[in-house]
Design a protein around this ligand. Sequence first.
Ligand code: PSV
Ligand code: MN
Ligand code: MN
Length: 388
Amino acid sequence: MTDFSSITGLLAEQAIELPSWAFGNSGTRFRVFPQAGVPRDPFEKITDAAKVNELTGLAPTVALHIPWDKVDDYGKLREHAEGLGVGLGTINSNTFQDQAYKLGSLASSDAAVRRQAIDHHFECIDIMNRTGSSDLKIWLADGTNYPGQDDMRARQDRLADSLGQIYARIGDSQRLVLEYKFFEPAFYHTDVPDWGTSYAQVAALGEKAFVCLDTGHHAPGTNIEFIVMQLLRLGKLGSFDFNSRFYADDDLIVGAADPFQLFRILVEVVRGGGYGKDSGVAFMLDQCHNIEKKIPGQIRSVLNVQEMTARALLIDRDALGAAQQAGDVLGANDVLMDAFYTDVRPALAEWRESRGLPANPMRAYAESGYQAKIEAERVGGDQAGWGA
Ligand code: PSV
Ligand code: MN
Ligand code: MN
C-alpha cells in the first residue's frame, strides 16, 4: 500500500465547502427542533463555519442560499468572512418556496413565473459578483404529481430556454452547476431527475456549465461511483453535495450511513482526476443537523470526508492496475479493500498536529467553550429555511 507520508501533500489541498443552512435550525416536515445558540443572521452562520475551518483546516469557504442569506451589504459579509479566514462560496438559488412556484419555476408553463425565476437567478449572479463567488448552483423542485398534469417534453424545452437565459449572464470566471434529484417535492416526474438530464442540459449550455452530484439524490441501490466516473470522463462533474442517506434525501452526516459508498465514490474521484485544487470539482456538504449540534455535526462531516479521501489516496494504483490487467478478480478487490480497511485516524491526528491543528478537532471543539458561549449570547436563532 502507498505510504501515508506520500499522500499528505494531496491531503493538504483538500477544501470542503460548508452550507450556511447547516448552522440554522432545521427539521423534517413533521417538526423543527430549535436549538440554543444557533445563528441569528448570515454573519453568525459564517462565524460558526469559520470555527469548523479553524479546528480542521478543511473548510475554507461557505455556501450561501438566497434569499435565506440575503443581506444589505455583501461587501461587509465578505469582509466578515475574510476576517475570519474563510471566503464566500457557491450561491444557491431558491425557486421552491415562493407560492408562485407551486407548478414549477424555470420549467413552468406560465411565462410570468418563468420570468420571476429567471430574474431571481440574475439577482443571484449579481450577488456572486459582489461576493466573489464562482459557482451558481441551481436545484429545481420542478416536476408534476400526476400523469398528464403537464407536458413533460414542453417543460424540458422551457427549462432549456430558461437555463440559456441564465447562462448568458454567467461571467468568464463563473460556472453554472445544475443539480439533479429523482423525486421530491414532485412525486410523479421531476424535470431534472438524473445525471443524464442534467448532463444533456448543461452540455447544451456550454463549457461553463456542469453537473452537481448530490449523494442523497438517487434511487436506492444506484451505483453512484459509476456516475462519478462517467461525469469525470465527460469533463462535466462540477461539484458534489455530500451527505448520507438510509432511505430518501435524508441529508445525514456524510459517511454516516454508508462509509464504504463514500470510499468508492472517492476512489473514482481520485482515479478520474477529480481531486485537488486544480481539478475543477468542488466538494461541498449539503446537510442538516436536526437533532445533533450543528458545529460538531459539520466537524464530523469534514473529518469523514478527509478520512475516506486518505484511504482512497492510499490505494496502490500500480498493484491494482496489474491485478486488473491480469484478470485477477480477487487480487484486484484485495488491493482496494486493503486501503478501505486501513485505519488512517492515528496518522491523520499526528499530521494535523504537525500543522498546528488539534489532533482531535471534535474534542477540541467540545473543550473550547464555544458552544456554551454562543448559547449564552445568542437568543432567537434563525431558521435554516427548512421547515420554516
Ligand atoms: C433539496 O433536495 C436540496 O437538498 C438540494 O439538494 C439543494 O442542494 C439544497 O436543497 C439546497 O437548496
Ligand atoms: Mn443538494
Ligand atoms: Mn437534497
